[in-house]
Design a protein around this ligand. Structure first.
Ligand code: FAD
Length: 584
């Protein structure tokens, strides 16, 4: 059942307690509840996904209304970014059942096989390799036709899609003005080849975006996993509006502190409640929440914890370190064509008509993300000299350095959008950053947000790679399909971007986050000194406690990360099942 008051829970002890009903947490809870004799509790700080203006989190076209600064947002901001001229950024995170999967932009990209092989290398466990984990990609996801355009021929490869609860589909709403131009460019310019399906393990090239959209509504870990489990099972409880403030030591086993206790609170001044897990506690509070809870529990860098008045119990200095994320900028051009999504976004009458169509029969532009129909993932060209000078931070030859997200309309980064006009734009995303930041506690209260520092563009590689990526987009739009289409360059507005210095100036003054925070409790080999979790995701130096979410990744994937997190969560659920005494 769903509870809003912790004192109303039917039990104070469960087999498994999962902290965070987010992307990974909902997968874990659902899979662990597959044996009806097992009692599972999920504790979620945020609200239910049936509260608030729910169309903003369900209707694909309204995706940009879900965040930031809404009831679905943790409302974090970063510290002033030295690499971004001291700008502070909004740093949205889902404060709702389903976590970020309920509010994100729905892009579904598994990343390259290299990314998974790198996790296997870093952890010393070949179970994380692409070859061995691919079955979990198929177990978790299933392709469905979009309502508007079920003709998927030549746009994806059914052989690499599976039979799981999470639904994905291709962009159904044709954006004719741009779709053909993008595909024709892939035929004309060898540097930008067409890729039939970027989810095959090789994402390089330009291909059609797949989104977590079930025909015409968002598919999240809540709608795909948790809600069906709540509907059919009687052994899973979900407690919302409740923060886990700490995990608590309940004993010692084999010389290690056992953390099977969970402390819950609903507001700064309310009582705390203690619950216990009989088998395991699984932290799935995301790349910000997980290190915060670990540190509040005394698990982290000794001196850092003492400074804030938290008694250190387990010395793991890497908790909260290695934070990184993808930054992006956009280039945009005015176009002499009204067949762009701006004609709907900027025009109230057209907007209401399209919404009425969606309300009437679930079709039209509101049924799709519409902002992007194609993405492109690329490696830096050798001729640029960037990797020769700085080394190659990617996971391998199939992993991209940068990405284009091509949009049939206006897309800005730090800039205010215009209120009229028609545009073509593309995000340029650095998907192989080497800048590393941190999540650091500010106080010993769960109600004080930690200091969040993604440290964007604090390495010379990141600026050099982004500069090359922008030049690459300039080459892409120099193809003949764009000649009669693109008009005045709108972004950067009035700034020249010919020289390296001019590009750097633009990047530092306009880049923002794609919101792919990760790696703050990274995996490493069992027994290795660094890292926070071992190969089976157990927190080092502890017993009874695992982490399953974006924080365990060693590197941000060269992709939008949700697909990888679903895959990792599917395998983690099996690891937890196998090591428990319960016979699934
Ligand atoms: C605006 C935005 C757009 C994005 N777009 C895309 C995209 O298009 N494609 C893509 O692949 N990725 C995208 N991402 C990133 C992706 O959604 C996340 O990386 C991923 O969903 C994170 O999963 P997670 O399980 O690690 O954390 P989350 O899904 O964030 O789950 C963590 C959960 O824990 C809860 N929690 C935190 N602290 C506590 C506490 N103390 N007590 C109890 N509960 C707690 C949170 O409320 C949340 O529900 C986007 C993210 C954002 C914010």
């Amino acid at each position: 059942s769903l509870f809003t008051d912790p004192t109303k829970l039917p039990a104070t002890s469960y087999d498994f307690i999962i902290i965070g009903a987010g992307t990974a947490g909902s997968v874990i809870a659902t899979r662990l509840s597959e044996d009806s004799s097992v009692r599972v509790l999920v504790v979620e700080a945020g609200i239910s996904d049936s509260e608030g203006p729910t169309s903003d989190i369900q209707v694909p076209f309204l995706v940009s209304k879900a965040l930031p600064s809404t009831v679905y947002d943790w409302n974090y901001t970063t510290v002033p970014q030295t690499g971004l001229n001291g700008r502070q950024l909004f740093y949205p995170r889902g404060f709702v059942v389903g976590g970020c999967s309920t509010v994100n932009f729905m892009g579904f990209t598994r990343g390259s096989s290299d990314e998974y092989d790198r996790i296997a290398r870093v952890s010393g466990d070949s179970g994380w390799s692409w070859k061995n984990i691919f079955k979990y990609a198929l177990k978790g996801e299933q392709h469905v036709d979009d309502v508007d355009d079920p003709d998927t021929a030549g746009r994806f490869n059914p052989a690499v899609h599976g039979h799981g609860p999470l639904k994905t589909s291709l962009a159904g709403f044709p954006t004719a003005a741009v779709d053909a131009r993008v595909i024709n460019t892939t035929q004309e310019l060898k540097e930008f080849p067409f890729n039939l399906d970027m989810n095959s393990g090789n994402p390089l090239g330009v291909g059609w975006l797949q989104s977590t959209i079930d025909k015409n509504v968002r598919s999240s870990s809540a709608t795909a996993y948790l809600h069906p489990a709540l509907k059919t099972g009687t052994n899973i409880d979900v407690l919302i509006h409740s923060r886990v403030s700490r995990v608590l030591q309940t004993g010692t086993k084999d010389g290690l502190p056992v953390f099977l206790g969970v402390e819950i609170t609903q507001s700064r001044n309310s009582h705390t409640l203690k619950l216990t897990a009989r088998t395991e506690v699984i932290l799935a509070a995301g790349a910000i929440g997980t290190p915060q809870i670990l540190m509040l529990s005394g698990i982290g860098g000794k001196s850092e914890l003492s400074r804030i008045g938290v008694k250190p119990l387990v010395d793991l200095p890497d908790v909260g370190k290695n934070m990184h994320d993808h930054p992006y900028i956009t280039l945009a051009w005015a176009v002499n064509n009204t067949n762009t999504i701006d004609s709907i976004s900027f025009n109230q009458t057209a907007f209401q008509q399209a919404l009425a169509q969606y309300d009437a029969n679930g079709t039209g532009v509101f049924a799709s993300n519409a902002l992007f129909n194609q993405l492109g993932f690329f490696r830096l060209q050798n001729a640029s000299g960037v990797t020769q000078k700085f080394g190659d931070p990617t996971a391998g030859p199939l992993s991209p350095h940068y990405e284009f997200a091509l949009s049939n309309g206006f897309l800005g980064a730090a800039q205010r959008p215009p209120t009229s006009g028609n545009f073509f734009s593309s995000a340029v995303i650095l998907v192989s950053p080497t800048s590393r930041g941190s999540v650091v506690l500010n106080s010993s209260s769960i109600f004080d947000p930690p200091t969040i520092d993604p440290a964007f563009f604090t390495t010379a590689f990141d600026i050099a790679a982004m500069t090359e990526a922008i030049r690459s987009l300039q080459r892409f739009v120099s193809g003949s399909p764009w000649k009669s289409y693109l008009g005045l360059q709108w972004l950067p507005d009035g700034l020249n971007t010919s020289t390296d210095a001019q590009i750097e100036n633009y990047v530092r003054s306009s880049a923002i986050s794609v919101n792919h925070a990760c790696c703050t409790a990274m995996i490493s080999e069992d027994g290795a000194n660094g890292g926070v979790v071992g190969s089976d995701l157990r927190v080092k130096g502890t017993s009874g406690l695992r982490i399953v979410d974006a924080s365990i990744l060693p590197n941000v994937p060269g992709a939008h990360p949700q697909a990888e997190i679903y895959i990792i969560a599917e395998r983690a659920a099996d690891l937890i099942k196998q090591s428990s005494r319960i016979r699934y």
